[in-house]
Write a protein that binds this ligand. Structure first.
Ligand code: GLY
Length: 352
C-alpha cells in the first residue's frame, strides 16, 4: 500500500506501507539509527540494502540527545566515511532519529538525499512524513531546523511489534490529534479498538497499516497544500504549543513527545471549552480516549507566569501573538491568535 505526498518541483514522494523488500543504490549509503533499534532491527534492515558502500552511525536513544552535539557527532562520522554529495542517508528509528537524520541530510555538503524508515508508531503516523527536520536547544523544542523532504518513506508494521506500550500509546496520541482536528469518524474507530491488543502490539498488521495509511493521507493532504507551514499546516500543531513547553520544562526526559502532546491536547481542549469552541462532553470524550490508551492528560504547572512566557519562544508566535490551534467541535480545528492573556491564564490555572 502506498500514499503519495504531492509537492512542487519534483519533490513528491511515496510513503510505502509494508512494502519494504529490497533497496539497491549505486552510491554510498549511511544508516543513522539509535542503540536500541540497532540491537533489535538493524541486521534485518542491512540485509535488505545493497549499496556501493554501507555505513552505520549509532546515536544514543532519547529526545534529550536531539541536540547540536549529536549533530556534530553524526557529521564527523559522515566526513570520516568520506560520503559525497551523491551519498544517501537512511534514518532508521523514531521521530528523534528522523528529525536529526533529515537535518543532517539537509546540511551535509549543502544537502544530500535521505530516506526515512520509521520504527515507532509516532514516526510512522507523523514525524517521518512532511519534511520537518530539527533539534532542540535550551530555548525550546525544534527551534533549529529545516524543511527538507525525504525521497521516500517506508513504514513496516513488523518494526512496531517490539515497541513498549508506552511508545505505542505515544504514537496513538498523534493519531488522536488527527482525529480531533480532521475526522471525527476516527474517534469512533478508536473508541471501538481493543486497547489491550493495541498496547501489547498484538493488533493485526492490517490494522496497524490502516492507522498509518489514514494518518498519512490526512497529513499528506495538508503538507501538499502548505509545505512550509505558512497557514494550514499549523493545524497539525494542535496540542503542541503546550506540549513543547512541557517537554522543555522537563528537559525532554520525563515525557515521550506523544505523551506531552496528549497533555497538550487536553490543555488546548480546556481552553477551547472556555472560549465556547468545544463543549464539555466533547472535551471529556477526547480525554477519555487518551486515558483509554494510557496517555497522561495532566501536568502540574508550578509557575503559570513562566509557562505563559515560554509560549513566546514558540515558532508559531508572531509579533508577540501566540497562535493556538484549537478544536472547533470535533473533526475541525482553527487557529486563534487573539486570545486574551486572561483566558489563557484561566486555562493554565486549571493545571496547578
Ligand atoms: N508534526 C507536525 C508537522 O509535521 O507539521
Amino acid at each position: 500500500m502506498q500514499v503519495d505526498v504531492n509537492l512542487d518541483k519534483n519533490a513528491s514522494y511515496k510513503v510505502h506501507i509494508n512494502e519494504l523488500e529490497r533497496l539497491c543504490f549505486d552510491t554510498k549509503v549511511v544508516v543513522l539509527t539509535n542503540e536500541t533499534i540497532a540491537k533489535l532491527h538493524l541486521n534485518t534492515l542491512l540485509e535488505k540494502i545493497q549499496a556501493k558502500e554501507l555505513f552505520v552511525v549509532k546515536i544514543k536513544d532519547g529526545e534529550e540527545y536531539k541536540n547540536l552535539q549529536t549533530i556534530e557527532y553524526i557529521l564527523e562520522q559522515m566526513f570520516s566515511y568520506k560520503l559525497d554529495r551523491k551519498s544517501l542517508l537512511i534514518s532508521f528509528g523514531g521521530g528523534v532519529v528522523s528529525d536529526m537524520g533529515g537535518f543532517v541530510a539537509s546540511i551535509y555538503q549543502r544537502g544530500i538525499d535521505f530516506i526515512n524508515i520509521p520504527t515507532t508508531l509516532l514516526a510512522c503516523v507523523d514525524a517521518s512524513v512532511g519534511g520537518k527536520t530539527g533539534i532542540n536547544n535550551k530555548f525550546g523544542k525544534n527551534l533549529i531546523g529545516t524543511f527538507y523532504q525525504p525521497k521516500a518513506v517506508y513504514c513496516q508494521s513488523e518494526f512496531l511489534k517490539t515497541l513498549t506500550s508506552r511508545e505505542l500509546a505515544a504514537g496513538m496520541a498523534e493519531f488522536i490529534k488527527m482525529a480531533v482536528i480532521f475526522d471525527e469518524k476516527i474517534l469512533d474507530f478508536l473508541e471501538n479498538l481493543d486497547e489491550n491488543k493495541f498496547l501489547n502490539a498484538s493488533l493485526d498488521d492490517e490494522i496497524f497499516a490502516k492507522i498509518i495509511q489514514k494518518s498519512i493521507e490526512l497529513k499528506a493532504n495538508i503538507v501538499s497544500q502548505d509545505e512550509k507551514e505558512s497557514g494550514l499546516r499549523m493545524l497539525l500543531n494542535y496540542g503542541h504549543t503546550f506540549a513543547h513547553v512541557i517537554e522543555n520544562q522537563t528537559y525532554y526526559k520525563t515525557y515521550l513527545h506523544g505523551e506531552a502532546v496528549a497533555i497538550g491536547m487536553n490543555m488546548a481542549n480546556t481552553l477551547a471549552v472556555d472560549l465556547g469552541l468545544l463543549d464539555e462532553y466533547e472535551c471529556k470524550r477526547v480525554a477519555n480516549l487518551l486515558k483509554k490508551f494510557k496517555l497522561p492528560i495532566f501536568y502540574r504547572i508550578l509557575n503559570v507566569d513562566e509557562f505563559y512566557e515560554a509560549f513566546f519562544l514558540d515558532k508559531k508566535t508572531h509579533h508577540q501573538k501566540i497562535n493556538f490551534i484549537l478544536p472547533c467541535g470535533l473533526g475541525k480545528a482553527c487557529i486563534k491568535n487573539d486570545i486574551s492573556k486572561e483566558n489563557i491564564m484561566q486555562t493554565l490555572k486549571v493545571f496547578i
